[in-house]
Design a protein around this ligand. Structure first.
Ligand SMILES: [Zn+2]
Length: 265
């Protein structure tokens, strides 16, 4: 069977274990069903997720021109504290920015490689945590806009990591931490204007179980630009990574906008 299309980040379903789907224009693959099977990935070309042109991908699935101009790639995406829609100030497209920024956001602690702090739109719970490969997560506060979430994250970054160590995440080298007690001792670190949103008890913690038959001892990442053809036995999916028997890992998200052919033998 051969599947072909533009890579976009895997769709997920919060189940036990988490279900993963590669969705193409006219077909999709449930990766859970491909565990222990041989998969061949072949790079075919580029297709920008924004303009659809066959231009080299620069970042986040966008070609350079789209990345520099699209409202969906403003600096406030990666740095929520730079959000200004709540002040009626435009970055690239105020209407778009209002729609995305002026909605409930969650600041959370997640356990992926160590305890990390992060921000997500409430609609992205628990998808965001699945994408990071967290095994557990707990909300800290729910705030009404992205700016408040951003300044909260900045305040907490001095005390927690804000990046995942992807090698440790994929090797499942995770410390034993009580996330709830970490959360409950950080209230006094929150910015003044966010304090009212802190509830003594969070709604719940989330436990996430990934479809992995065997965690690799060593990992090396597949780069489609350097290795346009790869063949391997799929042994797991975690975060946005495919894990293969030989320790090769493929970060689907990094290759958004790449056109690939996937062959199942
Ligand atoms: Zn483009």
């Amino acid at each position: 069977m051969t599947y072909e299309g533009v890579l976009t980040k895997m769709e997920t379903e919060f189940a036990d274990p988490i279900q993963y789907y590669l969705v193409f224009e006219n077909s999709f693959l449930n990766l859970n069903q491909l565990l222990n099977k041989e998969l061949e990935i072949t790079f075919q070309g580029y297709q920008c997720l924004n303009c659809g042109k066959k231009k080299k991908i620069f970042r986040q699935g966008f070609c350079y021109d789209c990345f520099m101009s699209s409202a969906a790639a403003g600096d406030w995406i990666m740095r929520p504290e730079l959000s200004t829609a709540h002040l009626d100030i435009e970055d690239r497209d105020l209407e778009y920015e209002k729609k995305v920024q002026l909605q409930p956001h969650i600041v959370y602690l997640a356990l992926s490689s160590e305890v990390k702090v992060g921000v997500t739109r409430k609609t992205q719970v628990p998808t965001r945590w699945i994408d990071q490969g967290a095994i557990q997560a707990v909300p800290i506060v729910e705030v009404p806009n992205r700016y408040l979430a951003g300044i909260t994250e900045v305040a907490l970054k001095n005390h927690f990591a804000d990046k995942t160590n992807w090698q440790k995440m994929l090797k499942n080298e995770i410390p034993n931490v009580d996330l709830l007690s970490e959360r409950n001792r950080l209230q006094n670190l929150l910015p003044e204007e966010v304090q009212p949103y802190f509830a003594a008890n969070p709604d719940k913690t989330y436990d996430l179980h990934y479809p992995v038959l065997q965690y690799p001892k060593k990992v090396s990442s597949l780069n489609l630009d350097k290795t346009p053809n790869f063949n391997g036995r799929l042994t797991g999916v975690k975060g946005q990574y495919l894990i293969f028997e030989d320790g090769t890992v493929f970060n689907v998200r990094t290759f958004e906008g790449y056109v690939v052919k996937i062959n199942l033998s």
